[in-house]
Structure formats: structure tokens, C-alpha cells
Design a protein around this ligand. Structure first.
Ligand code: SF4
Length: 343
């Protein structure tokens, strides 16, 4: 594997190459998964200036994601490690084991200005690996101790393990949490997000955090054309999101960038072959669905949200909630993998 030259721009390698430890864990939970434990050289990633994302800094303790969402836009980043963007992305997980210590050190630096840090914007930091490596408690503790504002986006129910830390952090700084629930259709979930907790379990997370005074927005992402975008499906999802107590619901239509597009299209051909041609037409101009389609979905969701008494993310919260974002083009440094994790 190519652990150096991740910068693609001559920047320093992200990992100490002689510090990679590869482990295959033979427990039912992780069967078929390989962990690559690395010692990262830095953990605060600056988002490239050209990015449209409303945050400048991210922390990503993992690469690859066992939630295995077929559409995951972060798949492309695995190719920079000479791993494939399909099955390898789901099962070859890079773990930055020194992430908590590094973060504490970098937050203490005189050069650090205490800016907002977004997490879960590349891959899910509460994926199953976190149950084994427990990096997030150290990360949250460091953020709390430095009263550094941050946001989290996740599909992982494991976030509830860190509820007390989130509460104590929220007492001293701005904390934003968003849960990704693009649809509530169980059959669709089983095939398109096979490793992620069920949508209803994610809504349980919204309920639990809300019940403990932590406001949670739902990123309704992705809305999947032809499979999860019927009026009835949109209504069922928004109704469930509202019932769970979310503070906001923000729709985001599926986008298919290189890496994700090939994997998603192969899945489509296996499960819904009659939709391959309609998808080719809908995404003929690139990774995004046409503007008219996006507007239609956004309008429908906003109407439903108003009907059920919730709204889109408030403007003032835009920096706290990982948003609909466009990944920057081209080969990438670590932080350039940052796009909205559809999740
Ligand atoms: S979309 Fe998010 S949860 Fe799904 S595989 Fe990608 S990083 Fe993981």
C-alpha cells in the first residue's frame, strides 16, 4: 500500500510508514475487516480554501468505513492508499491510533486559534471500529478541555456511549450534532447501507441526545432518486425525524462522484437493473442530479418539515452542522477527502 505521497502535492506524508501495524480481528463483529493502525503526523486537517464547505478544519481518526454505504462519496479517498474504492473501502480501515494525543498537542499549540472543528465529514468516526479503538473519548475530552467548538455528523449509535462527554463539552463550548438519515425504508437500508445501524436506531440516537438536552439536526442524506424519493417515502422520513425530536431536517440529494459512482452503478445493475438507464440520464451532466430535481426534493422536504413543525438548519447553525457540501476536485490530501459524508 502507498502510505506516503498522500499529499499528492509534495506535502509531508500523513503517516509514519514504518509505524503501520496491520491486524485482522477474528471476531464475528469484524470478520473480514482488516485494521491498519498508523501513527499520524498531524490530525487537524485544513479544508482547502476552494472548498464550499462552511468549516475550515476537520479531524478524521479513521479512513474507510465499515458502514459500507454503497453511495459513499469518501470511497475515492481510498484510492490514494492504493486500495480500491469498493470492497476495500468497506473492509480495510485505517486507524490513527494516536489521534487523541495528537489533537491535544495541536490544540495546545500557540498557532491554533480555537476555530470550529468538524468531524464525521469524511468517514464516520462512530463506525464499528470505534467500539474497539475508543479514539473519540480522548478526542472529545481534548476538545472539551480546550473549550474548542466542534460538530459531529454520524450514522453510528455508538455516539451514545459518549453522551456524558458531549454534555460536558456542550457546557463549555459550542457543540453541534447531526445524524444522517436519508430515508426510513428498511429494505432500502439493508441493501444500500448494509453496515450502518438501521434508520430507526439512528432516530433513537436523535431521541436520546435530545432527551439529554443536546439538540440534534438530521441530515436527510442521501435522498436516492427513484428508490427513496416518492412523496410517501419523503413524508414517512420527515414525520419520523420530527417525531424523534430533531431540531432541523436538511435534505441532500444523492451525488455520485468518481469512486462512488462506479460502485453504486454496479450495485444498481445487480439490484435494480431497470434503473441503470434512468440514472445515466439523471446524472448525465456529472456527479449531481439536475438543479430542477434537487429543488423539487428540497421544496417537498421543506413543506413537509413545516407541516410537522421542524425546519431546515438555521442559518446561524450552518457552521455547526456538517452541511451539503461539494468535495474539492482532484487528487487529495487527507483533508481533501472531506465532503459531506452521506454519510
Ligand atoms: S456514507 Fe458515511 S457512514 Fe456511510 S460508508 Fe460513507 S462514511 Fe461511512
Amino acid at each position: 500500500m502507498r502510505w506516503e505521497h498522500l499529499g499528492g502535492d509534495g506535502s509531508a506524508a500523513l503517516f509514519d510508514t514504518d509505524a503501520v501495524v496491520t491486524r485482522t480481528v477474528d471476531t464475528p463483529e469484524f470478520r473480514g475487516v482488516t485494521f491498519h493502525e498508523v501513527r499520524a503526523r498531524s490530525i487537524l486537517n485544513r479544508v482547502p480554501g476552494a472548498s464550499r464547505m462552511p468549516f475550515d478544519w476537520t479531524v478524521n481518526p479513521y479512513r474507510g468505513c465499515t458502514h459500507a454505504c454503497v453511495y459513499c462519496f469518501a470511497r475515492r479517498t481510498h484510492s490514494y492508499l492504493d486500495l480500491d474504492t469498493g470492497r476495500d473501502f468497506d473492509s480495510q480501515i485505517v486507524v490513527k491510533t494516536n489521534a487523541p494525543q495528537l489533537l491535544r498537542r495541536e490544540l495546545a499549540s500557540a498557532r491554533w486559534r480555537g476555530e470550529h472543528i468538524a468531524m464525521g465529514t469524511n468517514v464516520d468516526c462512530y463506525q464499528r471500529a470505534e467500539g474497539r479503538y475508543r479514539l473519540m473519548p480522548g478526542i472529545l475530552t481534548a476538545l472539551r478541555d480546550f473549550a474548542n467548538p466542534f460538530s459531529l455528523l454520524t450514522k453510528g449509535t455508538l455516539i451514545l456511549r459518549d453522551l456524558d462527554l458531549l454534555r460536558s463539552a456542550a457546557a463549555v463550548t459550542e457543540v453541534g450534532v447531526a445524524v444522517s438519515v436519508g430515508f426510513t425504508d428498511e429494505e432500502l437500508w439493508r441493501t444500500v447501507e448494509p453496515g450502518a445501524p438501521a434508520p430507526e436506531r439512528r432516530l433513537d440516537v436523535v431521541r436520546a441526545l435530545s432527551g439529554h438536552g443536546i439538540g440534534v439536526g438530521v441530515l436527510m442524506a442521501p435522498v436516492i432518486p427513484f428508490l427513496g424519493d416518492s412523496p410517501a417515502q419523503l413524508r414517512a422520513t420527515v414525520r419520523a425525524v420530527a417525531a424523534a425530536g430533531a431540531t432541523s431536517v436538511t435534505p441532500l440529494t444523492l451525488h455520485l462522484r468518481p469512486g462512488a459512482r462506479e460502485w453504486f452503478t454496479a450495485w444498481l445493475a445487480r439490484h435494480h437493473p431497470h434503473l441503470v438507464r434512468p440514472y445515466e440520464n439523471l446524472y448525465a451532466d456529472g456527479p449531481y442530479a439536475p438543479t430542477w430535481y434537487q429543488r423539487r426534493i428540497t421544496g417537498q422536504v421543506h413543506e413537509l418539515a413545516a407541516e410537522y413543525g421542524i425546519g431546515p438548519a438555521r442559518a446561524g447553525a450552518a457552521r455547526r452542522l456538517p452541511p451539503a457540501a461539494e468535495p474539492p476536485p482532484g487528487p487529495a490530501r487527507e483533508d481533501q477527502g472531506v465532503q459531506l459524508t452521506l454519510p
